[in-house]
Design a protein around this ligand. Structure first.
Ligand SMILES: C[S@@+](CC[C@H](N)C(=O)[O-])C[C@H]1O[C@@H](n2cnc3c(N)ncnc32)[C@H](O)[C@@H]1O
Length: 295
């Protein structure tokens, strides 16, 4: 990206050059990556780039942009470079201590919102647990969208809980969400039972982990992704422990990998306290969420 007298480095030219560079580095979304990073360097909304194609960013903006291009080229995720990711139209701070919230997880949020709406609890708050809260994406989004919720957000990782707490403060839900450092429900005293338990647990197998894109494997926390030889370690424990923490008629909603959908179905079938299993598919038609009732 060197200067020539004839052709200035306009917004459009920077975007085109960077898109080609990211394409050559194997990015799945080279143009989007380039736009998000350039908007961040110019401190503007991405949409504003479209009316600024002929503008020439300042030297300071170009230096910042160049540094981000270098790091993205080495595999750092865009969300970590800009420090946030949008999830359900809310902005969540992220760093290397938390999983970057994924669009698939919005299906879990939609199911939890539907379930909460159908519960019609009016004499007390709806009690919800988010097990493995990471950045707080699920817990905070539910807090923003349910009027009378009381949410317990749990994680084993203290650095993740720090980020989640920061996000809850920024998004103004500290009255609704409390954070607990715990291995699943082990250190969660009160409330003893919940109406809804949600979780996007680690569900990648050891062998799948080795095959993951380095952008994920080398930059997001291993403990947020991997769950033993078959990816089932945390889900198995969750299916064992969650029923006793659920109100009868309450629901357990878990994000899964399509690869383990059958294993999950078999486990739920042999768990007498759980029934009415529903699968929710993602946009590519894959079984992505399991939702079941405490019977
Ligand atoms: C896949 S990430 C999900 C993060 C966030 N809920 C989201 O959807 O973006 C899984 C999270 O579970 C946490 N975790 C893993 N094992 C756990 C356990 N036994 N108890 C509590 N949290 C756990 C990890 O630290 C990580 O933050």
């Amino acid at each position: 990206m060197s200067d020539t007298k004839e052709e200035p480095w306009t917004v459009l030219r920077l975007l085109e050059w960077t898109t080609n560079f990211f394409k050559s580095r194997g990015s799945e979304s080279p143009r989007l990556d380039a736009e998000v990073l350039l908007a961040h360097a110019r401190d503007c909304a991405r949409i504003e780039l479209y009316t600024a194609f002929s503008e020439v960013p300042t030297e300071e903006q170009r230096v910042a942009f160049r540094e981000m291009i270098r790091r993205r080229g080495e595999g750092t995720p865009v969300a970590q470079l800009v420090g946030y990711r949008e999830f359900y139209s809310l902005r969540f701070r992220v760093d290397e201590n938390v999983l970057i919230p994924r669009p698939e997880t919005e299906h879990l949020v939609i199911e939890a919102l539907d379930v909460a709406k159908a519960m019609k609890i009016s004499d007390r708050p709806i009690r919800i647990a988010d097990v493995g809260t990471g950045s707080g994406a699920i817990a905070i989004t539910l807090a923003k969208n349910i009027k009378n919720a009381e949410i317990t957000a749990i994680d084993l990782s203290e650095p993740a809980l720090k980020i989640a707490t920061w996000n809850a403060e920024q998004l103004d839900v500290t009255d609704t969400v409390r954070f607990v450092h715990s291995d699943l429900f082990e250190s969660v005293g009160e409330p003893s039972t919940f109406d809804i338990i949600c979780s996007n647990p680690p569900y990648v197998s050891e062998s799948e982990y080795e095959q993951l894109d380095p952008t994920v494997r080398d930059h997001e926390p291993r403990e947020a992704l991997v769950a033993g030889i078959d990816g089932m370690d945390v889900i198995k424990r969750l299916l064992e422990t969650a029923p006793e923490r659920l109100e009868v008629g309450g629901r357990l909603i878990i994000e899964i990998s399509p690869m383990i959908a059958e294993l999950c179905e078999e486990l739920v079938e042999v768990t007498p306290a759980l029934g009415d299993l529903r699968f929710i598919k993602d946009l590519s038609g894959q079984r992505r969420i399991i939702s079941m009732a405490r019977v």
